[in-house]
Design a protein around this ligand. Structure first.
Ligand SMILES: Nc1ncnc2c1ncn2[C@@H]1O[C@H](COP(=O)(O)OP(=O)(O)OP(=O)(O)O)[C@@H](O)[C@H]1O
Ligand SMILES: O=P(O)(O)OC[C@H]1O[C@](O)(CO)[C@@H](O)[C@@H]1O
Ligand SMILES: [Mg+2]
Length: 506
């Protein structure tokens, strides 16, 4: 179909479109010689209309693609396409030979049990696989515990339960012992469900399996309540977490409104990204200020948080403040040992930004208005937003994810991740997903929308000014060193540990 326009000829329009590059996903046949091809057992599945299966369109082919960038903007960045997820006419595994391992790693996320359930049920009923084992307690479970045999009857109610009934853990990634265990148990399909760290581990497992030339397919199913995995539209469990966060915000609002000069402070999960805080703020509309890791903020002085909250208290008598756990970590004073503290997976242990803000708010008020009533009600729902079962939308999402993963693996894809891109499920190279991050884009309209809803200060401009001030300081210092002048007299610029005053250059 030709694209037409009133202002340009067809050929002019076609020149506007940038080329599209296909992101190929590895296949077992790339390194396993003489891999057999078999008809898909769905051909004879009583639940599928066999006549319809023979029609074009049910089985997906190499030409079924999903575009990552559906808008055609003038930026020089290339556009990418991925193979669409779904059943293929031919598969690469004999179902009776399949031995499946399913593992969950990292923090909890609503929907984990749904994904496990749907993997088991899908493998069993769609492809007739009977050897399905759950590796317990995360990566370390491969070499430290006996796997748990799974079947549809056992997992029947799992989608109704929060957490992961296979258990999870952080740390314990011992590559050789994991791949040895995969060999010893004769697993030939490994389904790895986890977040960014888990996906990095999955890449290493896939590389090792490939270098040992094992006939083992590896698929990653991205899980993260923080929504910090890139390329895919959003991760499962995220919507449920945002919904749960509403309850905390609503309680904070009630508490704040019922007090004289009341501040309701809610801390929400979000280690390096503020998606939960941002989405909860936009959907709640009770929030006066939202602080996320992607935006620097400061407390005192012109344009600071205190000035803004003071104004809100004057106007409305109360204010609600939502803060993502990773926000402000660079300005909370910490000891040297706190600077080094890491969890078992190597993630930096954060200080409680909510507790810190609560204390600072109280000090500020006592200083500025010593004779006026003031209350801060701090709500930290932490695990309550993720230790629940998935809502309806996430349950459906988890089911489609699990089935997409199964179809891809049975077709012989490996080293891949499945997830929705622009609403269509796709197969994406594992390595790409392990590297991709998904920070909140503070330059796009969604963040502007947050600011228009809250009217909070433009910390962006301030932080840019601070950056400029620091760069200017660096330049001066370098020049000082080069010219040998004043080098020893320079003071350090304001960094972590200060009380959040505005940059001196402002
Ligand atoms: N770079 C890495 N290489 C290999 N394994 C890793 C790497 N990073 C993390 N892992 C392993 O992946 C597992 C999960 O990692 P982590 O605890 O960081 O959670 P995650 O998958 O990022 O999930 P989330 O952060 O959403 O809770 C752990 O067993 C950890 O040892
Ligand atoms: O206390 P845990 O289980 O390590 O998990 C906490 C972390 O997990 C996450 O939910 C996901 O990474 C983060 O938001 C949070 O920092
Ligand atoms: Mg992580």
């Amino acid at each position: 179909m030709a694209v037409t326009s009133n202002s340009a000829s067809d050929s002019d329009i076609s020149k506007l479109f940038k080329p599209i590059y296909l992101k190929e996903v590895p296949r077992l046949s790339n390194y396993v010689p003489n891999l057999q091809t078999r008809p898909n057992p769905l051909d004879h599945n009583p639940y599928f209309d066999t006549h319809q299966l023979q029609q074009d369109g049910f089985y997906l082919t190499q030409s079924d693609l999903v575009l990552r960038q559906i808008e055609n903007d003038p930026s020089p960045l290339p556009r990418f396409a991925y193979h669409r997820a779904g059943p293929r006419k031919h598969i690469r595994f004999e179902p009776s030979d399949v031995r499946v391992a399913i593992v969950t790693c990292g923090g909890l996320c609503p929907g984990l049990n749904t994904v496990i359930r749907e993997l088991v049920v899908g493998l069993w009923h769609l492809y007739g696989v009977r050897h399905i084992l759950g590796v317990t307690a995360g990566y370390r479970g491969f070499y430290s515990t006996e796997p748990l045999p799974l079947n549809p009857k056992l997992v029947h109610h799992w989608h109704d339960v929060g957490g992961t009934l296979l258990q999870t853990s952080r740390g314990g990634f011992d590559l050789n012992r994991i791949v040895d265990a995969i060999q010893n148990h004769a697993f030939n399909q490994v389904y790895i469900i986890g977040g960014d760290g888990t996906m990095k581990g999955a890449v290493k497992i896939y590389d090792e399996i490939r270098s040992r030339k094992l006939e083992v397919a590896v698929v990653g199913i991205p899980k993260t309540v923080d929504n910090d995995v890139g390329i895919i539209d959003k991760s499962f469990g995220f919507q449920t977490a945002v919904e749960m966060a509403q309850q905390a915000i609503s309680a904070a609002h009630v508490e704040a409104e019922s007090a004289v000069n009341g501040i309701g402070l809610v801390k929400l999960m979000g280690r390096s990204t503020g998606h939960i805080a941002l989405h909860a703020t936009l959907s709640s509309r009770d929030v006066d200020c939202c602080l996320i890791p992607e935006i620097d903020f400061y407390l005192e002085g012109k344009g600071g948080l205190f000035e803004f909250l003071g104004q809100r208290l004057k106007e409305n008598g109360h204010a609600v403040l939502v803060v993502a756990e990773g926000a402000g970590q660079d300005i909370i004073p910490r000891t040297d040992s706190q600077k080094e503290e890491r969890d078992e997976s190597g993630n930096l242990v954060f200080l409680d930004v909510g507790e810190w803000l609560k204390t600072e708010l109280k000090h500020w008020w006592a200083r500025e208005h010593p004779h006026e009533l003031f209350t801060v009600k701090y709500i930290d729902p932490t695990y309550m937003i993720r230790a629940v079962h998935a809502n309806a939308a996430d349950n459906l999402y988890c089911t489609l994810l699990a089935h997409s993963a199964i179809h891809g693996v049975m077709a012989g894809y490996t080293g891949f991740v499945t997830g929705p891109i622009n609403g269509n499920y796709a197969y994406i190279p594992l390595e790409d997903v392990a590297q991709a991050k998904n920070p909140v884009d503070t330059k796009d309209h969604k963040w502007s929308w947050v600011r228009s809803v809250t009217n909070q200060p433009d910390f962006v401009r301030r932080s840019v000014q601070r950056e400029r001030a620091e760069n200017a300081w660096d330049l001066t210092r370098r020049e000082g060193f080069l010219s040998g002048k004043n080098a020893g007299n320079m003071e350090e610029p304001m960094k972590g540990g200060h009380q959040g005053g505005p940059p001196s250059a402002t």
